[in-house]
Design a protein around this ligand. Structure first.
Ligand code: ADP
Ligand code: ADP
Length: 220
């Protein structure tokens, strides 16, 4: 069964559609790439999926319900929208512990997510000394605190060096192999070609393609 369902979703800003009658579903156990140029409507779609802004028409459900109606949202969906950098003087460990406590999530998850993103060895160092890629991994660790089955990542590899890109790509593939639903946006065709199993391609808010990555790459 699809874990994410977007149906006839429309969002307008000052009368202009940022997302325009968009419909697609996302399946578990694979990485689904959400590909489109800057301004195509990817961030707006993800904000709609997370209930951060209201649609003008249509709906988006995650785990069978609109986000705002989820009983345990943090255990259902994790998201990386834009780098919310941790306070630079804080350690990764303290940042995650504070989040776990304020979200009433079990303390043991802090060590689990630090291991997941490979920051266990630097967990007690100042996060201000982290590279951009390590900062992104820390934000993904924060998104995974609730052990959600669905992960939404908005342009997670933007600006990273090749090693940082590879780290996050491998992490997304590992999470999908565990049966999670990974939905990742990017404007980089070549990056999505090697990361995603399936592609949802949009332009000007409208669906352009919804197909296995191999099929899209062969045609473009
Ligand atoms: P993408 O994530 O693909 O780059 P966005 O969803 O950020 O695309 O933007 C889609 C379109 O909607 C763009 O034209 C953008 O300028 C516009 N837009 C996005 N958010 C807002 C907003 N809060 N107010 C007005 N226009 C917006
Ligand atoms: P992205 O390409 O990842 O969407 P943007 O810089 O386009 O990054 O958007 C970052 C934030 O600014 C988003 O929350 C988006 O909704 C908002 N935004 C984008 N375009 C506009 C706009 N024209 N007016 C107001 N807010 C906007």
């Amino acid at each position: 069964a699809p874990v994410i369902q977007v149906s006839q979703l429309t969002k307008r800003y000052r009368g202009k559609a940022a997302v325009d009658s968009l419909s697609f579903t996302v399946q578990p156990g694979r990485v689904t790439g959400f590909l489109g140029p800057n301004g195509a409507g990817k961030s707006t779609t993800m904000q709609l999926m997370l209930g951060l802004t209201r649609p003008d028409e249509g709906s988006a459900t995650v785990g069978g319900r609109p986000y705002r109606e989820l009983v345990q949202p943090l255990r259902t969906v994790g998201a990386l929208l834009e780098a919310r950098s941790v306070h630079p003087g804080r350690s990764a460990y303290h940042h995650l512990l504070w989040l776990a406590q304020s979200q009433r999530l079990p303390r043991r998850r802090v060590d689990e997510v630090l291991d997941l993103v490979g920051l266990g060895d630097v967990a007690h160092q100042r996060a201000g000394g982290f590279s951009l890629g390590m900062g992104q991994r820390l934000d993904i660790a924060a998104a995974m605190l609730g052990d959600p089955g669905v992960l939404l990542l908005d342009e997670p590899v933007n600006g990273l060096d090749p090693a940082g890109v590879r780290w996050i790509r491998d992490l997304m593939k590992r999470l999908a192999a565990e049966g999670r639903t990974v939905f990742v946006s990017s404007h980089l065709v070549n990056e999505m070609a090697v990361t995603a199993d399936h592609l949802i391609v949009i332009g000007r808010g409208k669906l352009i393609a919804d197909c296995p990555t191999v099929a899209f790459v062969a045609d473009n």
